[in-house]
Design a protein around this ligand. Structure first.
Ligand code: DAK
Length: 258
């Protein structure tokens, strides 16, 4: 499929989506988010793809929703035709692991988009922020909910209420970012993590993701019970037998994704 605002490619079991509106610092338009959703739907249907990397340019992962596109909207329009929110949810709902590789600005909807991914690998140039308050709005794609879950209430309130940016070091310190690397290494670091994930059993990586995500939606007791049920279910997989047999026989496992 041909895309106008993103570039999509595959490398082995890894799908890569690159945001391609560098002149506008990858400001997210409705077209762009619907193309991201379409690319993810394709990756979801493609059994060869086991992990996805979402990235932007050196200067910006994404500087937020395209302010020029939405500035004149009125309430009925933004409420009834809300393609941005619907298509962004495709990232949050994506079943396979997805990694954000972030350089430069990840602001507003860009920060929210990165947080919808399973983890963020950032370069030293990355800057995160929810500056919506400076525009007379609040975050609208999960920022007020995912940020406190990720970095705690104090930092989240600070970011959302002052609109200030957080540099990459602070983002790593407070847990928004899982790995911090020099700018030139960010894509390779993300690709190497993605290749590692893609080398494991596909159903198991999906179940692992589902189990970690349950921690944000359930009580501890419910979450632990959910994990245990999923753990038991793994013993119905050939890949569990293969993984454990390979360990015992001192050889590499050959997962069959079943
Ligand atoms: N939208 C549109 N254009 C943008 C943009 C944005 N968010 N960010 C940058 N650009 C454009 C600039 O207008 C400029 O375009 P030209 O003037 O050259 O045509 C070009 O990108 C380069 O930007 P600058 O000249 O400003 O570059 P600087 O290096 O000087 O500054 C900056 C970089 C990132 C600090 C600055 O561009 C900036 O402050 N950008 C805006 C950041 C921001 O406020 N982001 C939050 C946007 S609001 C929704 C859910 C969620 C949302 C919306 C709807 N629904 C549920 C419906 C989300 C809202 C947001 O994200």
């Amino acid at each position: 499929m041909a895309y106008e605002t993103i570039e999509v490619k595959t490398e082995g079991g890894v799908g890569v989506i690159t945001l391609e509106r560098a002149k506008s610092l990858n400001a997210l338009t409705a077209k762009m988010t619907s193309e991201i959703a379409a690319a993810l739907a394709d990756f979801n249907a493609n059994d060869e793809i086991r992990c996805v990397v979402l990235t932007g340019s050196k200067k910006a992962f994404a500087a937020g929703a395209d302010i020029k596109e939405i500035k004149d909207r009125e309430y009925p329009e933004i409420y009834l035709a809300d393609p941005i929110a619907e298509t962004w949810e495709a990232v949050a709902r994506f079943r396979k692991p997805i990694i954000a590789a972030v350089s430069g600005y990840a602001l507003g909807g860009g920060c929210e988009l990165a947080m919808m991914c399973d983890f963020i690998i950032a370069s030293e140039t990355a800057k995160f922020g929810q500056p919506e308050i400076t525009l007379g709005i609040i975050p609208g794609a999960g920022g007020t909910q995912r940020l406190p879950r990720s970095i705690g209430k104090a930092k989240a309130m600070d970011m959302v209420l002052t609109g200030r940016m957080m540099d990459a070091k602070e983002a790593e310190r407070c847990g928004l970012v899982s790995r911090l690397v020099p700018e030139d290494d960010v894509m390779e670091e993300a690709m190497s993590a993605a290749r590692k994930i893609a080398s494991f059993s596909r159903p198991v990586t999906i179940m692992a993701k589902e189990a970690v995500n349950a921690a944000f939606e359930t009580t501890l007791d419910q979450g632990v019970r959910f994990e245990r049920r999923v753990f038991h279910a793994m013993f119905a997989l050939e890949d569990q037998s293969e993984g454990m047999a390979a360990f015992a026989e001192k050889r590499a496992p050959h997962f069959k994704n079943k």
